[in-house]
Design a protein around this ligand. Structure first.
Ligand SMILES: Cc1cc2nc3c(=O)[nH]c(=O)nc-3n(C[C@H](O)[C@H](O)[C@H](O)COP(=O)(O)OP(=O)(O)OC[C@H]3O[C@@H](n4cnc5c(N)ncnc54)[C@H](O)[C@@H]3O)c2cc1C
Length: 483
C-alpha cells in the first residue's frame, strides 16, 4: 500500500551514512540542507492519499509506476500519474520515486533476461520489483562509473577499487568495494541500485554486477555535493532551490555485504548491460523523464509569459513570436511523450506487456538535451536585467525605509514591487542560479553523454529506412531521365 508522507520521512531514519561539508548528517529529514526537499518528497506520497489524486496516482493501492503496462491505455494512465508528481515540483525533481519504479517494472516484465548458466538473477529482479511495490519504497540508482580516466575501462584504471566491483563471495552473498556516480536523490531514497548502463569490456567481469541495497546498509557512504537548499535564504528568495534540491551524491562502498537475493546481475558483462536496453527498464525511465521534461518546459514558458506581461513587452511582435517559439517547444516535448505511447511495442511477444516505442524514446534524449539550454537562453533574453536588479532579499521590502523606495522603483504597470520581485526571483532560481546551472547540466547529461546516445541513435534510430528512401529516389532516374 502507498505510504504517507510521515511514514516516508520516518523511513529515512535508518542510520544511513550521509556526508556534507565534512559533517556526518544525523537526520536527513530534519537537517537544514535537506529537510525542505524531504518535505516536498513527503508531499508526493501524501498526494497518493488525496481523494483528488489517488485515482490517477494509484491502482489497487499501489503507485501506477510499479505496474507492468499491458496496453496503450496503461501507458497513458501511467503518464497521467507521472504528470501529477512532475507538476508538484514544476519539473524540478527529476528522480522522484516513480522513475526507478518504472525501471523495476521493466526488469519484472522480462525476468528471463537475468537467467544464465552461471548465475540466475531472475528471482532477485522479481523480488526487487515486489519489495519496492509492496513497501512503496523510494528506489534510486547509480549507474555511472566515476570519470577518473575515461580512456580506460573499469578494470584497467590505475587502482583496482575505483569502480564498484566484487571483491569476495561470502556465505549468503557477495562483498563489493569502490565508487559510483551520480546518486541523484540517493540521500532521500530507501534503496540504491548499483549497476552499469554503458558497455563493459570482457575484462570487466568483476565490475559486471548489479544489486540494490537499503541506503542504510553498513559500509555504504553517500558524499553530497553542495546543498543549494542550505544556501537558500528563504522560500521567497529562492523558491525552487529551497524546496526542490534533489541532491546528487557520490556513492562509496567500503566492503559492503550484499545478500544473493539482492543481486540481479553477477559477473556477466552481457546481462549487466542488456538489463537496461533489452528489458523495458530504460524506455520506462524515459517515459517518466519525458513527461517531467514537458512539464518543466510548460512551467518555464509560463514564467516567460508572466515576465513579459509584467514588463509590458508581451505585445511587442518579436516578444510575442519568442513566446510562440517557446510554446512550440512545449508542444514538441509533449509530442514525444504521446508519440512514444502511441508507438508502444510488445515485450517478449506480449508476455511482458508493452513498452513505449524505442526509436522515439531514444530520440527524446537528443531533443531534450539540445532544446533545454536553448529555451533557457531564450527566456533569459526576454527577461533582461530585471533578473539581476533585485533586492538581496525579501527583507528589504519589509524594511521601513527601503520598502517604500523599492515599491516606487521596482515595479511595472499593474505589477506592484512585491509581485515583481517574487516573480523575478523565481525566474532567476530557475534560469540563472547555481541550482539552475545544475538543471541545465542535468537535462544535458542525465540520460547519458551525447557521444554515447548519438552513436546509439545512429545504430538503432532507423537509419536503414532513411537510406532506403534516398536510394529509391536515386534509383528512379539516371542519365537518360526518369525510369
Ligand atoms: C545532474 C546529474 C544527475 C545525474 N544523475 C544520475 C543518477 O541519478 N544516476 C546515474 O547513474 N547517473 C546520473 N547521472 C550521470 C549521467 O548518467 C552521466 O552524466 C552520463 O552517463 C555521462 O557520464 P559522465 O558525466 O561521466 O560523462 P563522460 O562520459 O565523462 O563524458 C563527458 C564528456 O567527455 C567527452 N567524452 C568522454 N568520453 C568520450 C569518448 N569515449 N568519446 C568522445 N567523447 C568523450 C564528451 O565530450 C562528453 O560529453 C547524472 C548526471 C548529471 C549531470
Amino acid at each position: 500500500m502507498t505510504r504517507s508522507g510521515q511514514e516516508y520521512l520516518a523511513s529515512l531514519r535508518d542510520g544511513r551514512e550521509i556526508w556534507l561539508d565534512g559533517e556526518r548528517i544525523e537526520d536527513v529529514a530534519s537537517h537544514p540542507a535537506f529537510r525542505n526537499t524531504a518535505a516536498s518528497i513527503a508531499h508526493l506520497y501524501d498526494l497518493a492519499h488525496d481523494s483528488a489524486h489517488a485515482p490517477v496516482l494509484t491502482r489497487g493501492g499501489v503507485h501506477r509506476a510499479f505496474a507492468i503496462p499491458r496496453s496503450y491505455g496503461d501507458l497513458v494512465a501511467r503518464r497521467e500519474a507521472y504528470k501529477v508528481w512532475a507538476e508538484a515540483s514544476f519539473g524540478f525533481l527529476g528522480r522522484t520515486p516513480d522513475c526507478m519504479a518504472g525501471g523495476a517494472a521493466g526488469f519484472a516484465a522480462l525476468p528471463s533476461l537475468f537467467t544464465t548458466d552461471a548465475y540466475d538473477g531472475s528471482d532477485a529482479a522479481l523480488a526487487y520489483h515486489r519489495r519496492l511495490a509492496e513497501g512503496d519504497l523510494y528506489p534510486t540508482f547509480t549507474l555511472t562509473n566515476p570519470q577518473i580516466d575515461r580512456t580506460r575501462p573499469p578494470s584497467a584504471q590505475e587502482e583496482d577499487d575505483l569502480v564498484v566491483r566484487v571483491v569476495a563471495e561470502k556465505d549468503g552473498g557477495i562483498v563489493v568495494r569502490g565508487a559510483k556516480t551520480i546518486g541523484t536523490a540517493a540521500v532521500f531514497g530507501n534503496e540504491v541500485l548499483v549497476g552499469t548502463i554503458e558497455p563493459l569490456t570482457p575484462q570487466d567481469v568483476e565490475h559486471a554486477v548489479c544489486f540494490s541495497v537499503p541506503v542504510g546498509t553498513p559500509g555504504l557512504r553517500l558524499v553530497s555535493r553542495t546543498s543549494y537548499e542550505a544556501r537558500a535564504r528563504s522560500v521567497f528568495d529562492n523558491p525552487l532551490s529551497s524546496r526542490f534540491d534533489e541532491n546528487d551524491a557520490l556513492l562509496v562502498c567500503d566492503d559492503v555485504f550484499v545478500p544473493w537475493e539482492r543481486v540481479l546481475a553477477y559477473r556477466n558483462v552481457d546481462v549487466a548491460f542488456r538489463m537496461w536496453w533489452h528489458t523495458p527498464a530504460y524506455l520506462n525511465f524515459v517515459h517518466q523523464a519525458a513527461t517531467r521534461f514537458w512539464t518543466k518546459l510548460e512551467f518555464l514558458t509560463g514564467v516567460a509569459i508572466l515576465i513579459t506581461k509584467a514588463n509590458n513587452t508581451y505585445e511587442v511582435p518579436q516578444v510575442t513570436q519568442a513566446i510562440g517559439r517557446l510554446l512550440g517547444r512545449v508542444a514538441q516535448a509533449k509530442a514525444f511523450v504521446l508519440a512514444a505511447e502511441a508507438s508502444c511495442e510488445e515485450v517478449d511477444g506480449g508476455r511482458g506487456g508493452v513498452a513505449p516505442g524505442r526509436d522515439i524514446s531514444y530520440a527524446h534524449r537528443i531533443m531534450a538535451g539540445e532544446l533545454y539550454p536553448q529555451a533557457v537562453q531564450e527566456i533569459r533574453l526576454l527577461a533582461g536585467g530585471g533578473l539581476i536588479q533585485l533586492p538581496a532579499s525579501g527583507e528589504d521590502l519589509l524594511h521601513p525605509e527601503l520598502g517604500p523606495l523599492l515599491r516606487k522603483y521596482v515595479r511595472s504597470p499593474g505589477t506592484p514591487a512585491e509581485d515583481r520581485v517574487k516573480l523575478l526571483k523565481l525566474a532567476w532560481d530557475a534560469l540563472g542560479s547555481e541550482f539552475a546551472g545544475r538543471h541545465e547540466q542535468y537535462e544535458r547529461f542525465y540520460h547519458g553523454a551525447p557521444h554515447v546516445y548519438l552513436t546509439q541513435q545512429a545504430w538503432e534510430g532507423g537509419g536503414p529506412a532513411c537510406e532506403a528512401l534516398a536510394r529509391a529516389c536515386l534509383d528512379g532516374y539516371g542519365l537518360g531521365g526518369a525510369r
